[in-house]
Structure formats: C-alpha cells, structure tokens
Design a protein around this ligand. Structure first.
Ligand code: ADP
Length: 266
C-alpha cells in the first residue's frame, strides 16, 4: 500500500498499535512491569525509555506478538495480536545480515509479496536500498560494509516486508557514535518515506538524547515492578538540535522521571 492510500484509510486519531494493561511475569515469579498502556498513532515514532533491565525489550517483544503478556492485550489497527505477524517487523540490537548474500539478496529475502516475479522483487529491493541510502552498494557483501551500512541493509530488509509497524530494539547501540549519529539523522525520513508502508515505529533505547532527537512521543518506564511513570509528547521540529533550550528542558524532564527509584537496581 502506498503512503497516500494509507493516509486515506486512516480514521483520524485511530491508534495504529496499542498495548493495554500489559504486565509480564517471568517463570521465576519476577514481575518485570505492570499496568503498562502504550499506543502509537499515524506517522509517529514512539520511544520507550528506561534504565537497563527495566523491561523495555520484554515489552517490545510483547508488542510484536513474540511473547504473551501475563495480563492485557496488544491490538494492531484494532485487531488483536496473538502471534508474530509480517505486519510488525522487529530490528534487533545486534545487526542481522546474512554474510553469504549481497546487500541486494539480503533485502530480497525480506520481500513479503511472493507473487512478484524475480525482476519485480529485485526492483523493489533496489528501491528499498535507495531509501536507506545504499544505492550503488547493492552487490557488496556484509564483510565489505561498515556496521552502519549493515544496519541500513537490515532496515531495508525490514521495510521490504511491507510492515505497518517497525519495532527497533536499541538499533544504534552497536555502532560507533559518529555512525550512529549519521543514521539517527536519516532514520525518520527513511522509515516514513513515500516508498515505505510503515505507519508507525517504536524505538527502545536507554539513551535520552537519542530518544529526544528521534521521537514524537516518549514513554518512560521506571520502578519495580516497572510502570509508565511519564509520557511526553515531543513538540520539536526536525532536525532537532540538542542545544535548543526546549530540547534541554525535555531532557531535564526525562532525567527527573528516571531518578533512581528505591529498590530498583540501575
Ligand atoms: P531492558 O530491555 O530494559 O534492559 P529486559 O526486558 O531485557 O530489560 O529485561 C527485564 C528484566 O527481566 C531484567 O531485569 C532481566 O534480568 C530480567 N529477565 C530477563 N529474562 C529473564 C528470564 N528468562 N527470567 C527471569 N528474569 C529475566
């Protein structure tokens, strides 16, 4: 579906992905979070932030249907998510590309519509590589690419599957700071380009600057068990400048939400 059609079929304000009253308890009885409500809207990049070990990755996996919550439910465009679906793509912390395949072949692997001819699949994959800034690098193998390029291939492959929502678990944490910053500056326009079917994205991160640079809305998890202790709508134009006094104000607010809560190892 092209972006213009996606917009037409959207009921104004209808959530894209919703998690309601989510909680999760591990087999050893440890309840990691409880009563968590999150939602993403059209064209929104939503961040979930919190200290390490607070349950961000677990929550992301629940949102993708990879694990079942102890309470609550997840809905995609109103329909209950009970198992992984191609409409929700996940990018892991570690960059996953297949070393024996070129960039183009790696992206072709993600293509969902099996009705396409090989030529159509190749052309769709080339288009996605162009979206992530890898035009001209289609024939390179992962070992010939930098970490940033490999992460771009992983993003192109995820987008090639024509998902509605993309879940990203610390996607910049394995990159050096300069590479990560370059990718951060481009990621919003990659995800919501006219070639992409994506209607919202969720980013898990422990990096407050990163979250403020990228997100439209931030959920802050803290406590034990964790709950959403703050929800911030980030009303700053893009590209964002970390020296903007309003950026600094948001940062201070996030720090306040994240000051250590008694009983939580941080
Ligand atoms: P985050 O992404 O915020 O770093 P995680 O979702 O990875 O947090 O983990 C949340 C908490 O659950 C951590 O404290 C972790 O030690 C704990 N945990 C993770 N896996 C298990 C498990 N299989 N059994 C018990 N506790 C676990």
């Amino acid at each position: 579906m092209t972006r213009s059609i996606a917009r037409i079929v959207t009921i104004v304000g209808q959530p894209i992905l919703e998690g309601r009253n989510l909680s999760y308890t591990y087999e050893n009885g440890y309840t990691v979070f409880t009563k968590v409500d999150v939602e993403t809207c059209e064209n929104e990049l939503v961040a979930i932030v919190g200290p390490s070990g607070i349950g961000k990755s677990t929550l992301l996996r629940i949102l993708g249907g990879f694990i079942k919550p102890a309470t609550g439910e997840v809905r995609l465009l109103g329909k209950k998510v009970e198992q992984p679906t191609p409409e929700i793509a996940l990018i892991h912390q570690s960059i996953v590309t297949f070393p024996w395949m070129t960039a183009l072949e790696n992206v072709m692997l993600g293509l969902r519509s099996k009705r396409k001819t090989r030529q159509e699949m190749e052309s769709a994959a080339r288009k996605m590589l162009e979206v992530v800034g890898l035009q001209g690098f289609e024939e390179l193998y992962p070992k010939e690419m930098s970490g940033g390029m490999r992460q771009r291939v992983a993003i192109a492959r995820a987008l090639a599957a024509e998902p509605i929502v993309l879940l990203m678990d610390e996607p910049f944490s394995h990159l050096d700071e300069l590479t990560a910053e370059g990718l951060r500056q481009e990621i919003y326009s990659m995800l919501f380009s006219t070639e992409s079917t994506l209607r919202s994205a969720v980013l898990v991160s422990h990096n407050l600057n990163e979250v403020l640079e990228l997100a439209d809305k931030v959920y802050v998890l803290n406590g034990s068990p964790a709950t959403v202790v703050g929800t911030l709508k980030i009303e700053l134009e893009r590209p964002r400048n970390s020296k903007d006094p309003r950026f600094v104000e948001y940062l201070d607010l996030l720090y306040k939400y994240l000051t250590p809560v008694r009983g939580v190892k941080q």
